[in-house]
Design a protein around this ligand. Structure first.
Ligand code: HEM
Length: 142
């Protein structure tokens, strides 16, 4: 997901720098579409965790005060969910700007900005290993 998002960012950056010059610098529609679909699926899985599978948001609702003073519960119930939702909105705004770019190049700057915000907020919202609320990068067993 992350590498796909970084690839989208790089391609948009190249397209933004080359706008108005040669044809063929346009971002790849397939790459952009693939990224946004993968992101929607990922957020859908996050929502499933949030609303059904994870005990942490339910725990937070039972005693909000206690949950906010516990870093792990607060991270998954508020910070992670909020951050990833903001990132989702930024990515969708960037994608919509790109699609409404007519003539090609017109909205490349804001499309690039949307993707950069997505990356920045996502990097800050991931439970990286080593953080108090961190999780392994790869889970082979539950
Ligand atoms: C691109 C978006 C997202 C990414 C990359 C992402 C990534 C992750 C990762 C890596 C974990 C740790 C999983 C593990 O234990 O191995 C996690 C857990 C979790 N995520 Fe997300 N997430 C995203 C969006 C969301 C959203 C939008 C929500 C809620 C609305 C959400 C809610 C949760 C919850 C509640 C957990 C903790 C589950 C638990 O341990 O009980 N996520 N997420």
């Amino acid at each position: 997901m992350l590498s796909l998002g970084v690839a989208v960012l790089l391609v948009r950056w190249r397209a933004w720098r080359g706008r108005g010059r040669a044809a063929g610098q346009e971002p790849s529609a397939a790459l952009d579409k693939g990224f946004i679909v993968a992101l929607d699926i990922q957020v859908g899985m996050g929502l499933l965790l949030y609303l059904v599978l994870s005990p942490l948001p339910r725990l937070a609702l039972q005693d909000i005060g206690a949950a906010m003073s516990d870093g792990v519960t607060r991270f998954y119930s508020v910070e992670h969910a909020f951050g990833m939702s903001v990132a989702l909105i930024a990515a969708h705004v960037g994608y919509a700007r790109l699609r409404s770019s007519s003539p090609p190049g017109e909205h490349y700057g804001s499309a690039l900005l949307g993707q950069a915000v997505w990356l920045f907020v996502t990097l800050g919202s991931i439970p990286w290993p080593g953080l108090p609320y961190g999780r392994p990068l790869l889970r082979l067993f539950f």
